[in-house]
Every structure is written in C-alpha cells, then in structure tokens.
Design a protein around this ligand. Sequence first.
Ligand SMILES: C[S@@+](CC[C@H](N)C(=O)[O-])C[C@H]1O[C@@H](n2cnc3c(N)ncnc32)[C@H](O)[C@@H]1O
Length: 277
Amino acid sequence: MSIPATPTSRAASAEPAAAASSAAAGPAAAEVPAPAREAGRRFPDGPAPDPAGSRAEHRVRSFHARRGRVTPAQKAAIDRFWPRWGLELDGTPLDLAELFGVPDPKVVVEIGFGMGDATAEMAAADPGTGILAVDVHTPGQGNLLSLADRLGLRNLRVANGDAIVLLRDMLPPASLDGLRVYFPDPWPKARHHKRRLIQPEFTALVTPLLRPGATVHCATDWEPYAEQMLEVLSAAPHLANRYDGFAPRPGFRPVTKFERQGLAKGHVVRDLVFERV
Ligand SMILES: C[S@@+](CC[C@H](N)C(=O)[O-])C[C@H]1O[C@@H](n2cnc3c(N)ncnc32)[C@H](O)[C@@H]1O
C-alpha cells in the first residue's frame, strides 16, 4: 500500500504539493519566547494551545502542562504544514481512510513522540503503514512536521492533544494495526503514579481498537514502570505477550531522545510487545 499525500479531512491544504525545505529545523536556530497563555493562539492555523480533553474534564493527565519553547524553524514548519498533516484531537470520530487517503489503511498510533526523530525514521522505513503520531509538545510537532517534509513522508499525520481523547472518542473499533508508547513519562513519585499512561483503564480503551494480530509495543528505561507495564498488559483480556516477560529490542525501533538520556544515566531499557488475540 502506498499512502498518497492527500490533505486530511480536517483542513484544506494551503500548500503546493512540492515540499519546501525552508521549514527544516536548524539546530542553532534562536528560540523565541512563548507568549503568555492569555495572548491567544501562536499559530492561527496550527495546533490549539490547550487542546480539548482532560483539562476541560478535570481528568488526571499523563503529560506535563508545559508546552515548551518553539524555535522559528519549528514555527515555520507548523505554519506551513499543519493545515496539511496536522490533526486536532477534538473528540470528533475519525475516518482513517479519509485521513490517510487510502481505503482500509494499515494504521499504527504512536503516543508521545516527543521531538519525533524516531517517529520520522520509522515512518520513512515503512511507507505502507499510516503513522498517527500524537503529542501535546508543540516544539516536537514542529520538528516532526519539518522532518516529514524533509524526508518526503506521505504516511504520517501529527495529532495535537490528549491521546486518551483519541482512543476513547475518535477511533472506530478494530481499526488499528499497532500502538506504540516509547518512554512515556515515568512519574516516579508515588503520589504521581496515577498519572502514568499504562494503567488498566488505558488497556481497556486500547484493546477494542486493535485488529486481531495488532501489536502493543511499549518501551521504558524506568524499571518500576517496566514492571507495572508488564503487570498491566499481562492482565489485559485479549492481549498476549509475544515473549516470556520483556521483549528483545526490536530492530525497527530507533534510539529515542529520552532513551538516550536514560542510557546515559545507566538505566536498563525494557521493551514489551503484546499481541491482540
Ligand atoms: C518522556 S517523553 C518521551 C518522548 C519520546 N517518545 C522519546 O522517547 O524521546 C513522553 C511524551 O509523551 C507525551 N504524552 C504524555 N502523555 C500524553 C497523552 N496523554 N497524550 C499525548 N501525548 C502525551 C508528552 O508530552 C511527552 O512528549
């Protein structure tokens, strides 16, 4: 399957088909300070500063409220490519065929792509799979859009908001071929454990969305969280561990930014691969 560069249903493309390289992020680019929240939207046609979902619902959130500082290059990528490849997680049910521009697409959701370098690399290596990458991190959204342009990716969509809203309200049953959660925030303090993403409530949302044979792939460098993931995923009905305990590191998963930081601290990295049965 080849996924064309179809604009998403949520926004008409304001871009020519030819991708420009001017939006490429430069590592030495100067940072611009984030304006105060009350100053309104930084990106008139870009991701919402406070995506709908958990805040309005007063739900415990698995992410930090901080949105981060956005470089001019990241802002340029958002201004240019969000109307084409961006998606707001506003709770409206999604038509994945329309989103990726192919009938019955193979789709993998990645929750928490951070800066998105590993996400872009995996999307480039697997052009027949639609990657729906979710995060609230605005600099990362800009970086990933910039990479998508630079690498000519046509199978990547970048979603802004709480992944729980996507899983709970927006995806049809049995629509996903995979779910990836790499180095989710570990929330090490006991009083913050309730913020961890991988919980029984999470797997209850996820499993009905998976097609038979679809995989749930998680990785973490925080040993207590790895144990929690193993316990939660093992207890989930309709999920079977592909391995006896933790999985060997799959060759297709590049080293992520947070993984690199964990390795530098001497942490052990654990992968977990479960299959929808
Ligand atoms: C520790 S970072 C890891 C980033 C990346 N996977 C890596 O390994 O470098 C976790 C990311 O998950 C995102 N995140 C956490 N909970 C989320 C949620 N419910 N919805 C969307 N993004 C979430 C955070 O914003 C953050 O960027």
